[in-house]
Design a protein around this ligand. Structure first.
Ligand code: PHE
Length: 452
């Protein structure tokens, strides 16, 4: 099966290209929007420690496993399972991933739409002279209305579909490798501004001083979900990308580098946000709107803040795009490879379906706020189900597949590029994949559902 490289298959052309694409998928709203808001709702430092533990213990192994499955299977998330485990129900893991992809794309595009709106508002200098209370109130009004949030969401979906359709992924990679370091630089500057605001000290201790008395099973589950969401693992996005990786790329190194970059950016975002939250007397547990209420304040307190704000929101939108294309690609690769529809039809179908659900997510902050299922709005329900349940469950099945179903020699073959590379700590990795990771994920999931 490892000889399937001679099939003509679209792929990443360089090692750097694949790192950019995988990092592009991982780094996005998950780091800059979702991480701070979940940390804020989960009580700060203790959450951060648990999150980091999951990243190390589960994140890197699951990511490596996805790359192994994808590169060996040479197919989309579902097709790779079918090829590696013909005649078994393992392909259902791929089905689950496709379902998760729809859900994530739906609510992701809501937030990406808000980001686009904030690009425009930065350009028009909409927050000039406002107090932090006014900025929060402004956000409150904006995101609960119907028209503009939907328009921006639609624009974002069209952009995502256009990139997938036009196959400009290579172009995106080229831009991303210049722009993402720039985003990091901006975050560093914002973090410095945030830390030096009067009254900011509490923010740092909120983020870094663990208080374990706030930890319960829902905090642990939230940390697990955030780790999977942020790394783009558990639903086959990286199986799909793995199938485009060339045979001579080092899967372990890519996994470690992407994980490191993703984690550093999340922490940096935390350092930019929380000191400012406390300096401006805002509530860390503000929810999904947190960064939109906080960031404009930081820009107002910065020399050149007008320009900074524009650049920042543009870069954030681009980071969101390089993530959303990796989500849409899961569905499009499946439709084209398994159901024989054209790439164009697949893109249109998948985008339309996700947009329909996405509209409900956006409206769930406004006119549909009162429509809840077991106490959750559509947005919260999709985010919770996909991030906290489907991704960890997918990750669990993925590591079990690699360590229990696949032949050990095949796994080693894939990680070592057929014996060319030396695989460090292979036995330790297999032990984690076989026992530690599945048990850890199972305990957290069962515990939160109340089975334990
Ligand atoms: N990791 C992306 C982010 O942090 C979101 C994502 C989740 C992408 C799952 C692909 C799969 O923004």
């Amino acid at each position: 099966m490892s000889s399937s490289g001679n099939e003509s298959r679209d792929g990443f052309t360089s090692r750097f290209g694949i790192i950019c694409a995988a990092a592009g998928s991982a780094i996005g709203l998950g780091n800059i929007w979702r991480f701070p808001y979940i940390v804020g709702e989960s009580g700060g430092g203790a959450f951060l420690l648990i999150y980091l533990g999951f990243i190390l213990l589960l994140g890197i192994p699951v990511m490596m496993s996805e790359f192994v499955i994808g590169r060996r299977g040479q197919r989309n998330a579902l097709g790779s399972f079918k090829r590696l485990a013909p005649g078994t129900p393992w392909y259902l893991v791929g089905v689950m991933g496709i379902v998760a992809a729809f859900m994530i794309l739906a609510f992701y595009s809501t937030i990406a739409g808000w980001t686009l709106a904030y690009v425009v508002r930065s350009v028009s200098n909409a927050f000039a002279g406002m107090t932090s209370q006014q900025i929060s109130a402004e956000f409150g009004t904006f995101h609960t209305t119907t028209f503009w949030p939907l328009v921006y969401q639609l624009i974002f979906m069209v952009m995502t579909a256009w990139i997938i359709l036009a196959g400009v992924k290579k172009g995106i990679e080229r831009y991303a490798k210049v722009l993402m370091p720039f985003l990091v630089l901006l975050l560093v500057i914002m973090a410095i501004r945030s830390i030096t605001l009067p009254g900011s000290a509490m923010g740092l201790s909120f983020l870094f001083k663990p208080d374990f008395s706030v930890v319960d099973s829902s905090v642990i589950l939230a940390a697990l979900g955030q780790a999977f969401f942020s790394l783009s693992i558990g639903m086959g996005a990286l199986i799909t990308y793995g199938s485009y990786i060339q045979k001579n790329n080092n899967l372990s190194n890519i996994s470690i580098q992407v994980t490191l970059a993703d984690t550093l950016i999340a922490i940096l975002a935390g350092v930019a946000i929380f000191p400012a939250v406390f300096a401006f007397n805002l509530d860390p547990a503000d929810g999904p709107g947190l960064i939109f209420s906080v960031l404009p304040n930081i820009f107002q307190q910065m020399p050149g803040g007008y320009v900074f704000a524009i650049i920042f929101f543009v870069l954030l939108a681009i980071a969101a795009l390089t993530s959303s294309i990796s989500i849409l690609e899961v569905v499009v690769a499946y439709l084209t490879e398994e159901l024989n529809v054209t790439r164009r039809q697949a893109t249109i179908m998948a985008t339309s379906a996700a947009t329909l659900v996405g509209v409900l997510c956006t409206l769930s902050f406004g006119v549909m706020e009162g429509f809840t299922i077991s106490g959750l709005t559509v947005f919260d329900l999709l985010d919770f189900t996909a991030s906290n349940l489907l991704l960890p469950l997918g990750g669990l099945l993925i590591v079990v597949f690699v360590s229990w179903y696949m032949k050990r020699d095949d796994v080693r073959d894939e990680l070592s590029n057929s014996g060319v590379l030396k695989v460090h700590l292979f036995n330790a990795l297999m032990f984690i994949l076989k026992f530690i990771a599945p048990v850890a994920i199972a305990i957290v999931l069962f515990d939160s559902i109340g089975i334990i």
